[in-house]
Design a protein around this ligand. Sequence first.
Ligand code: NAG
Ligand code: NAG
Ligand code: NAG
Ligand code: NAG
Ligand code: NAG
Ligand code: NAG
Ligand code: NAG
Ligand code: NAG
Ligand code: NAG
Ligand code: NAG
Ligand code: NAG
Ligand code: NAG
Length: 494
Amino acid sequence: MAPIASTLVAVLGAASLASAQTPNRPGTQNRYPFAKPYEQSFLDGYSVLKHVGGQGPYSNRDSYGISRDPPAGCAVDQVIMLKRHGERWPDPAPAANFKASLQKVYNTNTTAWTGALEFLNRWTYFVPDGRYIALESYNGPYSGLLDGYRHGAEYGVRYGHLWNQTAANLTIPMFSSGYERILTTARKFGEGFFGWNYTDVVAMNIIPEQVYMGANSLTPTCLHDNDTAICGNLTNLQPQFRLAATRLNAQTKNLALNATDIYNLMQMTAYELNVRGYSDWVDVFSLDEWLAFGYTQDLSYYYCSGPGDKNMKAVGAVYANASLSLLNQGPDAASGGNALWFNFCHDTNITPVLAALGLSSPAEDLPLDHIPFPNQYNTGNIVPMGGHLTIERLACNATAVTDKDTYVRLVLNEAVVPYAGCQDGPGFSCSLANYTRLVSASLPDFISTCGFNSSYPQYLDFWWNYNTTRAYDVETQNPIPAGEGLLTYQGTAA
Ligand SMILES: *[C@@H]1O[C@H](CO)[C@@H](O)[C@H](O)[C@H]1NC(C)=O
Ligand SMILES: *[C@@H]1O[C@H](CO)[C@@H](O)[C@H](O)[C@H]1NC(C)=O
Ligand SMILES: *[C@@H]1O[C@H](CO)[C@@H](O)[C@H](O)[C@H]1NC(C)=O
Ligand SMILES: *[C@@H]1O[C@H](CO)[C@@H](O)[C@H](O)[C@H]1NC(C)=O
Ligand SMILES: *[C@@H]1O[C@H](CO)[C@@H](O)[C@H](O)[C@H]1NC(C)=O
Ligand SMILES: *[C@@H]1O[C@H](CO)[C@@H](O)[C@H](O)[C@H]1NC(C)=O
Ligand SMILES: *[C@@H]1O[C@H](CO)[C@@H](O)[C@H](O)[C@H]1NC(C)=O
Ligand SMILES: *[C@@H]1O[C@H](CO)[C@@H](O)[C@H](O)[C@H]1NC(C)=O
Ligand SMILES: *[C@@H]1O[C@H](CO)[C@@H](O)[C@H](O)[C@H]1NC(C)=O
Ligand SMILES: *[C@@H]1O[C@H](CO)[C@@H](O)[C@H](O)[C@H]1NC(C)=O
Ligand SMILES: *[C@@H]1O[C@H](CO)[C@@H](O)[C@H](O)[C@H]1NC(C)=O
Ligand SMILES: *[C@@H]1O[C@H](CO)[C@@H](O)[C@H](O)[C@H]1NC(C)=O
């Protein structure tokens, strides 16, 4: 497909975070002989976006068909979100791998490419050394900066009623872990949500990604995590990669790619989508090969930062437990009536929280020797770039079958995911009382599990002790000092 055409398709396809699941309802406008009121072809399962794990552009989680809007008789009165940074350029180590594998391609000295790699007659590499490395992308349909802004703008429509615009000198805190691309995402989101009022209203708090923060962190870790043996050895095992290598090597004289190179080039493809919005490399690999690549990502998240790692439920318990406190305080008691709690971190800080809440956790460990179908732990559904977990507190009137009460709903990448074992509330929500009881009973203890002693902060505290300075709302001429770990800047040469 020509670049321009595929970009256009991508723009239309990526139109909205919030409305993508709105069905094409039958109605007078749709009673047109050529428009199907209900789509018959569910081709989304074949989208490459679902098979690049956390490396590629955002897509909504596959939905169970539960309405994204609040159930009838309910209104959201508090929202707590944990969002990953937007689409970005590769980090230094993968970028070096891309160059090494591309070098093997170009070292064939081919002057006229044919077959699957014919496009190399025109293609150019897209990652400049230096400053762009590790930062968010800025052009194209999958621009990372646009992801943050658009998400904020859409949440402004969905949750803007929780922003009390008549309150004088209102401060709404936002929280970013101390990493450049994450802070950038938080700022774009804030600009999208609060518009011209962003710098009047928001107090951006930066929570250092440092071990000394203990539990008072958006990025908690264990002091000793010993599972690197399995974690470092999950990729490149897929026979599909050897198959692709053999196929491509047969098409080009002197080409000697191996499974590692195929893995690197597939990973590179995901980043080309982030940066350019299209990639000729997508079609170099078969759907089965993309599925295999995606599964390597699932294994990595599952065993290294998800439910397959014995410590990760405890790591995620920090946020899960603290959010229980916020939910039980509600919008009126907490921090001057604020009901908006927007937090920003990395993918591997969200997967532990999901593990702690049992969200998307398969009943059995993911197999290492084959790809399971169905695969509940498809990370394209869990932590794509821009992935986010949104906890909604619902104030609901009585219905014929449910009481007037406060309920909780978990929304993962814009799909409602009922909390296991408690879904009797409106819209498959759980009453706040039951949710609190069940979640608190299930959480392991972070401090003891992760080897911290009493000299470290024992709880997440910053939601109740935030700073009101607007100094970090925007980029200034004077970068935030990296000293004391306040902010980690990336962008050094590959
Ligand atoms: C709940 O009921 C009250 C009283 O009828 C009504 O004013 C309010 O709008 C209802 N809330 C929702 C979310 O429907
Ligand atoms: C490609 O060209 C370079 C420089 O002329 C040469 O050193 C190298 O051996 C060539 N590679 C192959 C595979 O012919
Ligand atoms: C938002 O900005 C407008 C225009 O500057 C101002 O009138 C309004 O008071 C601001 N609202 C808040 C909540 O700061
Ligand atoms: C909004 O702020 C105003 C002024 O402080 C206050 O009177 C009002 O009760 C607030 N509204 C809500 C819904 O909290
Ligand atoms: C709002 O902030 C301004 C500037 O800091 C201050 O002069 C004013 O008294 C504040 N108003 C209220 C109602 O707190
Ligand atoms: C885990 O790692 C720590 C330090 O890295 C080491 O002291 C400890 O013995 C290891 N535990 C296991 C079970 O390997
Ligand atoms: C990596 O996995 C392969 C295949 O499962 C296994 O043979 C090898 O011993 C593993 N290597 C390490 C360092 O665990
Ligand atoms: C593929 O080749 C690279 C060197 O180009 C090497 O580092 C890597 O280990 C090889 N991978 C496999 C699976 O043999
Ligand atoms: C809450 O839990 C109690 C006890 O298990 C149960 O009777 C009740 O139906 C639950 N309510 C909701 C809304 O889930
Ligand atoms: C959750 O936090 C409360 C304090 O807010 C604390 O008392 C409780 O022990 C914590 N639970 C876990 C499992 O961390
Ligand atoms: C806690 O552990 C740190 C090392 O991680 C150590 O320096 C400190 O002395 C310990 N404090 C207590 C109270 O045991
Ligand atoms: C607020 O600022 C103080 C002083 O700079 C700092 O020690 C504290 O960690 C900050 N708190 C947050 C939540 O950023």
